[in-house]
Every structure is written in structure tokens, then in C-alpha cells.
Design a protein around this ligand. Sequence first.
Ligand SMILES: Nc1ncnc2c1ncn2[C@@H]1O[C@H](COP(=O)(O)OP(=O)(O)OP(=O)(O)O)[C@@H](O)[C@H]1O
Ligand SMILES: [Mg+2]
Length: 607
Amino acid sequence: MFKLFKRFAGAYRRYFIIGPASKLLEVFFDLLTPLVIARMIDEGVTSRDVPEVVRYGVLLLVMAVVGLCFTLVCQKMAALASQGMGTDIRRELYRSINRLSHAELDRFGTPSLITRITNDVNQVQLAVALGVRQLIRWPFLAIGSMVAALLIDLKLGVIFLISTPLIGIVFWVVMAKCVPYYRQMQQKLDRIALITREGLSGARVIRAFVREEHERERFRAAAYDQAQTAIAVGKLSSVLNPVTFLVMNLGVCAILWAGGIQVNVGDLTQGEVMAFVNYMTQTLLSIVYVANLVVVFTKASASATRVNEVLECEPSVSDEGNAPVDLAPVAAALEQTRADGADASAIPALRMSGACYAFAGSSTNAVDHADITLLPGQTLGVIGGTGSGKSTLVSLIPRLYDTTAGSVDVMGTDVRLWPLRQLRQVVGMVPQKASLVSGTIRSNLCWRDAQASDEELWHALECAQAAEFVRKLPQGLDSPVEAGGKNFSGGQRQRLTIARALVGSPALLILDDSASALDFKTDAALRRAIRTLSHTRSAGLPLTTVIVSQRVSSVRDADIICVMRHGEIVGQGTHDELLATCPIYQEICLSQLKREELGAAGEGGAR
Ligand SMILES: Nc1ncnc2c1ncn2[C@@H]1O[C@H](COP(=O)(O)OP(=O)(O)OP(=O)(O)O)[C@@H](O)[C@H]1O
Ligand SMILES: [Mg+2]
């Protein structure tokens, strides 16, 4: 909490000074009030002096109004400071989250990040607001009341000195037991957020599989679990109020009894006893409020730790100090190759050397020693069963994950030496899960190049086989896209994300199972369009393509096909070579292609 405060409070320093200062003045009037009432009783009420009572009454009213003014100033300062700090923390959190690499995003998990940016920041905000308003008030009021009471009479003060620590001890015991529960509650809230998110985003699938009852039960269990913790805390803290009031009222009884005797003897006036009672209640109530503050601050401290975890998380993928990569030598090497009539350019568009990746907490490599060399303009096909590591392999190219061993070079430069922005400009990726954000088709297409012209956008749409349905929309490129692109079909979404990757002319295009929702004819048309694209780019760098698919038909024309199994590349070559040499590829082909489609090479190898 302190760390967050130190980092974000600077801009609001004046509110943190003016707010508590106004509160102190208000407390000053609060402390004077019992004294004025005592005078009113002693000088006005006991002698039945009505004008004196009215005079003191007016004085009390004026004090109340002035006190109120200071309260309002403090309230405003508290609101400005807490809202301002909350907004700054959220902005910074959002920035930090956007800097994180996939590995850290996996570690935190989306639901937890959402609770951190909403609920946790709220808790911190609440603590800041209460801090400005109450942190000074209650301790000051408690100590001030105690001093004022002791100044009235030392002997009665003994009652004070006994009852105050008594309540203090009760609070300390209860709080010590409650604090661990608050941390648990936050974690359980994370789980509810996770289930809610899954349930809502997967509502259609859940209905289709008639899993509503199961999901409801899962939600109910998580909510019940959280409620149980909250109830446990509630039960513990419910002890506090009765005990406090018991001690407080016993103290008041003792004061009235002992004070009564002193009034009779003439040592004290009635007004002074009343003032004593007032100070006593004020002190003990202050302790109750201080305890409430402790609760709020404990929750906020748990939240602040969670917020700090994100703010302080150093992204494992960083490009600090990386100089821009010059692509001219790649084009020159290619030119030279063509001039020499050689078949392999000196600088490959993509090279993986012993590249490995293991997810955190996993003992096996999701990508295991991948060796691939792909020349500019070539097409790489990646095929393999579900979970064989295809997506993880291609995620290494735009550096969504950093290899745990080995290296990945794009255009002859290790991806770790590229400025990330340039790398991701050069590498256009269509992720497996087509995701669009709310806005318009245009705003979704312009992610890679904000200045892209309409002509460029239409060209990308044409190529991605999306132009036809976009043209039919009444607003064309400016047609609205709802959150997650849910006003488009799965296939339309996929085509739009392909078009998005093509805008801004990438030199390396990755299609991660991007044709899975397209019919065979459209898939073929898409590949044909991409191939023509690669031929028309000969001026600069030709388009190099990586196609991930589970369909043989999507990768069979590729220059190199990698067959993946359990993270390993178990076969590499052209369609014909693999048919002859790779049993797994043969198996995949046999299950998908008609025997006559396998071709001559397959005839020998597949049998
Ligand atoms: N974020 C993650 N955290 C932990 N493990 C993961 C994560 N993503 C994938 N894996 C694991 O890594 C392995 C490879 O996953 P990957 O997504 O690369 O497979 P894939 O070949 O793309 O599968 P599919 O064809 O279904 O898309 C799987 O065993 C999977 O369980
Ligand atoms: Mg995949």
C-alpha cells in the first residue's frame, strides 16, 4: 500500500495536506463541544438561566456549522485524491498489462487481471478516501478526548485508563484472526470472476451442450465458498460491537457512580461529569472507528500487493536497446541469389535453430528442438494433431513467447534483437482465435497501419476473401463491429482477421489455423490469392508464408511441410517427400485425402 502511495500520491499532494488539515480543525471543534456543553449545564441549566442556555446553544450551532464546512472541504479533497489516484493506478495497470508477454499473461490469467484492475483498485481507492477523511480524525479525537478528560479530573481518568486498553486488546485479538480471511476472500473473488467470465463468454456452447446446470452449480459452489469466508469474518467481527458497547457502558456507569460521589462532595460539577461521559464515549467510539479503518486498510493492503505484482512484473519479452533492423541486405542477398542462379538465398526469412519452448510449470517442451529454414518467398506448412505444438511454434516468430532454448531468426536477425514494434510490423500474424474489438471494420483492419488507404483495405479484404460480404454491408468499411466481433459469423471473423494481418504489407505472414472455419473452396481461393500476393511483391521482399493447419489440402502445396507431434518436428519436406518417408504424414493424408489424390509418391509410400 505504501509503495503504491509513494508512486501515485505525488500529483495529489495538496489534497493530502488540505484534507487532513481541515479534518483536524473539525476535530478541534468536536473536542470543544463537550466543554461548551459542560459550561451550558453548569452556568445555564443548573441556575435556570435561559438567556445563558440560548447563548451557549447559538455557540454550539456556530461551531457545528463551521465544523461542517471543514468536513465538506475534507470530503472534497478525499474524493479528488482517491478518484485521481484510482484513475492513475488503473491507467498504469492497463499500460503494464499491455506490456506483458504471453507468458506473464498466462501466469496471471485474464479474470485475475480484471479483478485487479477493478475490485482491487476500488479497495485502494476506498482506503485513500478513508485515509484522508478518517486516518487523522479518530486517533486525534481519541487522544484529545483522553487528555481533555484527564485535565478535568485525574481520579475519574483511572476508569478511562482501564477501559481503553481493554477494548484495544479485544480489537487486536479479533483483527489478528480476521486479516488472513481478507486475503482468502480476494482470491475467492478471483475464482468467481473466472467462472463468470467463462460462463458468459461461452454461454452459447454451454447451452448447446446442455451444461447450464453444471455451470450454475460451479458458480454456486464458488459463490458459496466466498460467502462462507465472508460469514466467518462477519461472525468474528460481530463480537466487536457488543463487547465494545458493554465495556463502554460499564465505563459510563462507573463514571456516573464515581462522578456522582464527587459531585456530592463538591469536587466536580454536574457539567464536568457530563463532559467526562462525552469524552469517554468519544474515545471508545474512536477505537471502533480505528478498527474499521484497520479492516479497510488490511483489505486495501492485500489489494495493493496484487496491483503491485502486476505493476512490478517485468515483461520477459523486452526490446530495450534494440536498434532497428535494416532489411535491405535481405533483399540484396535475394537479388544476388537470383543473379547467380543459386537456389538458396544467403539470408533466410525464417530460421529456427534448436528452438524449444516449455510453458511455466510444465516439465515437457511444447516445442522441442525445432530446426527450420525458410527462404524469402517460400511457404511453410505446419501440420499435426491437436495439442502438438503448432500454435506455440509459430508464436515464437513474432516473439509472443521467448524460446527457452535455441533461437529464432527473422530475416537473418535473432528476434530478440529486433525492436518489437518493427518485428510485429514485418511479421503479420493471424491468431488461431479470431478476435475483433468493438468499432468498425475499418478500425479493426487498421491495427497494423493506421494510415492505410481504402484501396489498401479493399485489396486486403479481396485477398482474404472477405470483400464480397463486406461490400454487401450497407456501410461497407464503416460497418459496426460489436465486442468480440459477435455480429459476424466465425468464418467472416476469420477472414477479417486475415485481412487485418495483410494490411501494412507484412514480409512474413503467419496463418494459424486461420482457414478452419472456411470451406475448402474459399480456403483454396485464399491460398491462391496469397500466392499471387507473394509474386507481386518482388520489388521489395517477397511474402513468406507460414500456414498452420490440420488439413492436408491447406499445406500440400507448401515448399516445406513440418509435421509436428508432441512438440517435435517428426518430418520435414515437401508433400511428396513426406508421403514417401513420414509415416505420421502418410497417416494424416490417408485419413483426409482420397487414395487417388495422394499422387504417385504417395502410392509407394502410403501402402
Ligand atoms: N497457455 C498455455 N499454458 C500452458 N500450456 C499450454 C498453453 N498453451 C498451450 N499449452 C500446451 O502446449 C501444448 C501445445 O499447444 P498448442 O496450442 O501449441 O497446440 P496446437 O498444435 O496449436 O493445437 P491445436 O491444433 O488444437 O491448435 C499443448 O499440450 C497445450 O496443452
Ligand atoms: Mg493451435
